[in-house]
Design a protein around this ligand. Structure first.
Ligand code: ACM
Ligand code: ZN
Length: 554
């Protein structure tokens, strides 16, 4: 009895002391809400608490592994004001974190994370795996870690658990069109931050459009003097007649220094930036500056309305290929990505049909028609990219007239183009409009800001599964992964961009990362509801309406 009273007194004293220091021990249950859901999660009782002396020990410590250690150190500092020391070592000492590359984990993006009361141990197949483990750890931390330390000491703890994890797909991407509307460098970085938090590994940056050319190319200064600006912009939906315009000039571009900054920023979060330079269509802005690259010679204006335009690069002129190879040469210098996206979608053939030079090319090359001329165009560009050690990606129209030998296909008009490409043993990224076009309405349109159309609630995005009965196991290996697309005809501000992309991009992260057997929409919603406090702390303007598919037959 005496002993019990003694123990009780001891407990009360400790509890009181800890309250005094402003470090109350949370009595709430441990909560685990990781997006995307991991392969396996074992929940354990207790919590690991960061102490002022906690350090982050890394093996080996190099430029790549340091990125994850410093990311974690920054999270801890944000919450506690105290930045853990990052050092090389062979194991955790005291209440510390140990992160190591473990060659027994085959997947360079895979990791094992063990959180006990004593320490946190991360083993990963490669540096990217360490980074993803840190993102998991981050999602187990309170939202305080998302904001710069504001002077309130928070006791930072993480619920004990064991996580074993690796992605289902090697390609997990998000796209952003900056041609129709462009966004400040800071917005692009915030977008990349959101991708990193959800373990995406590709940012597809759509840099050229009919309505604006957005990347500085030193050899062709008129691309930024002329092509980067339009005299005005259509107001309201482009399908509505008559067209009304705002009368206000619009434009801008990213300098090569800004591009390098963004590429490096993304790389520090294990995200590859894939540039897209559109050809042969969606090229009116470039033709406004260099009309001699068209079939008719122009003159042209940078487009002021949304849609598809008849004037495209002339496939019969050698100057077109000289220009595009020059542009791509500068692009290759700026972007270390293995993949370079060349568009290839929505290219009307009407000018080519009437152009003597295009027709001459068809004849001389023994091509059947204008579709084969487009195929000639893409194959020629692919040859150039391959000569520079790069790989070509194009939208699924590049199937028409025959695929270039090593092309990767982005299937957007549904999944059939992707299935066909996989059957032809080509790599595929699935980005079908009816699941992954985040410019579509995410709820009934009545009270929503203007969008291009469609109906794509979170539940529908989440439901996509890139498995197809038409494909064999071998052919399925060509499905590299998935991507969400964000076209910005009707998205002109950073706030609206976040509104359209969040939380639907979080659902895409789970389609790309999480094993099919672990996917469960209700569970995802519950995890999202926990993480909302984090998105609030990050000042994300996410959509807060109906997430379920209300048009679904249940
Ligand atoms: C596309 O949406 N035109 C690829
Ligand atoms: Zn032509």
């Amino acid at each position: 009895m005496k002993n019990t009273i003694f123990l009780l007194l001891m407990f009360l004293t400790i509890a009181l002391l800890s309250c005094k220091q402003g470090t109350t021990v949370s009595s709430e249950e441990n909560i685990y809400a990781i997006i995307p859901a991991p392969v396996s999660l074992t929940e354990l009782s207790g919590r690991f608490t960061f102490m002022p002396k906690s350090s982050i020990v890394v093996s080996p410590l190099n430029d790549e592994t340091r990125l994850s250690a410093e990311f974690l150190a920054m999270l801890v500092k944000n919450a506690t004001g105290n930045e853990p020391v990052v050092r090389e070592g062979k194991g955790a000492t005291g209440k510390s974190v140990f992160m190591t590359i473990d060659s027994s984990i085959a997947n360079p993006e895979g990791y094992n994370l063990s959180v006990t009361r004593k320490n946190i141990i991360i083993r990963a197949g490669g540096a990217a795996g360490l980074f993803y483990a840190v993102q998991t750890l981050r999602q187990l931390m309170p939202p305080d870690v998302e904001k710069n330390f504001e002077g309130n000491v928070v006791k930072l703890s993480v619920p004990c658990c064991v996580v074993e994890d690796e992605p289902r797909f090697v390609y997990r991407g998000m796209h952003l069109d900056v041609g129709r509307h462009m966004f400040p460098v800071e917005t692009i970085k915030k977008y990349i931050d959101l991708l990193a938090l959800h373990k995406f590994n590709y940012f597809h940056w759509h840099l050229t459009e009919d309505q604006g050319w957005r990347i500085e190319i030193k050899k062709y200064p008129k691309l930024t003097e002329v092509s980067a600006f339009r005299k005005e912009t259509i107001v309201g939906h482009a399908g509505k007649r008559p067209h009304i315009f705002d009368g206000k000039p619009y434009g801008g571009f990213y300098t090569q220094d800004e591009v390098r900054d963004i590429v490096n920023y993304a790389a520090s979060k294990f995200i590859t930036v894939i540039p897209e330079i559109e050809m042969p269509g969606h090229s009116l802005a470039a033709l406004a500056a260099y009309p001699e690259l068209s079939c008719t010679g122009g003159p042209f204006e940078v487009a002021t309305r949304w849609g598809i335009f008849e004037d495209v690069y002339c496939a019969g002129k050698e100057e077109t290929f000289t220009f595009l190879e020059d542009v791509l040469s500068e692009v290759i210098e700026l972007f270390p990505s293995k993949y370079i996206h060349i568009g290839g979608d929505e290219c009307p053939k009407s000018r080519w049909e009437k152009c003597p030079l295009c027709q001459k090319r068809i004849k001389e090359e023994g091509l059947k028609d204008e579709h084969e001329l487009q195929s000639y165009f893409i194959k020629r560009i692919e040859k150039f990219l391959v000569s520079k050690g790069r790989r070509l990606i194009g939208w699924d129209e590049i199937l028409e007239g025959g695929l270039a030998p090593e092309a990767t296909v982005m299937s957007w008009r549904g999944v059939s183009g992707g299935i066909e490409a996989a059957r032809q043993n080509h790599d595929v990224i699935m980005t079908p409009t009816n699941y992954f076009y985040l410019d579509y309405y995410q709820t009934e349109p009545d009270n929503e800001p203007l969008a291009i159309g469609g109906y794509l609630p979170l539940e529908t995005v989440y439901s996509f599964d890139p498995r197809f009965e038409e494909l064999t196991e071998e052919q399925h290996k060509h499905i590299l992964g998935v991507q969400g697309n964000v076209w910005t005809e009707y998205i002109s501000t950073p706030e609206h961009l976040e509104y359209m992309t969040c939380p639907r991009m979080f659902a895409i992260s789970e389609v790309g990362w999480t094993q099919a057997s672990k996917k469960d929409f209700e569970d995802f919603l519950a995890r999202f509801n926990v993480q909302r406090a984090r998105y609030d702390a990050m000042n994300i303007n996410y959509f807060k309406g109906e997430y379920r598919n209300k048009r679904a037959e249940r």
